[in-house]
Design a protein around this ligand. Structure first.
Ligand SMILES: NC(=O)c1ccc[n+]([C@@H]2O[C@H](COP(=O)([O-])OP(=O)(O)OC[C@H]3O[C@@H](n4cnc5c(N)ncnc54)[C@H](OP(=O)(O)O)[C@@H]3O)[C@@H](O)[C@H]2O)c1
Length: 271
């Protein structure tokens, strides 16, 4: 059975992906912070990229797929991903890198597609570009780059924060001029499952097929959560509309794995 290693298996995306894949593959995952539940699970390995070298874990597990779902120190993460890129090139293995819509945050007038040139003005976006560029130097069979927009879904950090603000009757900050696409966690992990299972490769834009202003998405989600009169605080960073959207065009997934903004809104409540 193909072995998959999820780096960051204790995190929001990493853990949801672990649960999605575990019934079908031999899945191993890492966590950093002490956690009695992960300690008892033989498939979870404590690993801190600031303190340890990854190659020990890789030599022991010999995964066929490495999914990187990590956050933290940018310099250390770049070093780690360069080490992974080198490992996958020399071994029968590929890496699935969770990148972000922010690799395009310098382009403002239109949404971005898979093979558009990246350009970012944020530290976060530039850090993702640095790792993407290193992977793009490797043969295409060795990497999958998944560019992901904002993730919602019942139980997600974004929806939990909105719920907490609604409960406290606090104003929710929205970027009124920003046009986005979005996704929800259940669909995202199904898409990643498909990409692994079907040995897809290259660059994927894993967001909804349509766009919405950030303010309208948040209002629709609040309404779905039963708060049509939520307090909204509008933040304007320019007079013009600004796009932060990664639309799929060249590397499409099958119909049942595509999604719309309406699906994202519906996913904010547990059905
Ligand atoms: N969430 C989004 O909306 C979104 C959108 C686009 C792209 N992404 C990308 O997806 C990836 C995962 O995001 P996420 O939201 O799932 O993050 P998250 O919930 O914050 O999880 C981060 C993971 O990194 C681990 N970690 C942190 N410092 C570490 C260290 N020094 N050594 C080893 N592991 C360490 C954490 O381990 P512990 O929890 O055990 O400490 C956790 O498993 C990130 O690269 C992010 O840029 C996320």
């Amino acid at each position: 059975m193909n072995r998959i290693l999820i780096l960051g298996g204790s995190g929001f995306i990493g853990n949801a992906l672990y649960k999605e894949l575990a019934p079908f593959f031999d899945v191993h995952a890492t966590y950093k912070t002490d956690n009695p539940i992960f300690e008892k699970n033989k498939h979870f390995h404590q690993f801190d990229y600031e303190m340890e070298r990854l190659h020990i874990l890789l030599d022991n597990l010999k995964p066929k797929f490495i999914v990187t779902a990590l956050r933290g120190n940018v310099t250390s993460l770049v070093r780690l991903h360069f080490e992974i890129a080198d490992y996958v090139e020399k071994n029968d293995c590929k890496v699935i890198f969770l990148s972000s819509a922010n690799v395009f945050d310098r382009f403002t007038n239109y949404p971005s597609y898979e093979y558009d040139k990246t350009l970012s003005e944020s530290i976060y976006g530039r850090f993702k570009i640095k790792i993407e560029n290193e992977l793009l130097r490797k043969p295409i069979s060795k990497y999958v780059i998944c560019r992901i927009p904002m993730i919602y879904g019942a139980g997600s950090p974004r929806i939990n924060e909105i719920k907490a603000q609604l409960q406290m009757n606090e104003a929710i900050e929205v970027f009124s001029n920003v046009v986005i696409n979005a996704t929800h966690i259940n669909k995202l992990v199904q898409q990643l499952h498909y990409i692994i299972n079907r040995r897809r490769r290259g660059i994927f834009h894993l967001g909804s097929n349509n766009l919405i202003h950030h303010i309208d998405l948040i209002k629709d989600i609040c309404e779905e959560l039963g708060h049509p009169d939520a307090l909204i605080k509008q933040v304007f960073d320019s007079n013009e509309d600004r796009h932060l959207a990664v639309l799929p065009k060249d590397n499409m997934l099958p119909k049942h794995l595509q999604l719309t903004i309406e699906d994202v809104v519906k996913s904010s409540v547990v059905l």
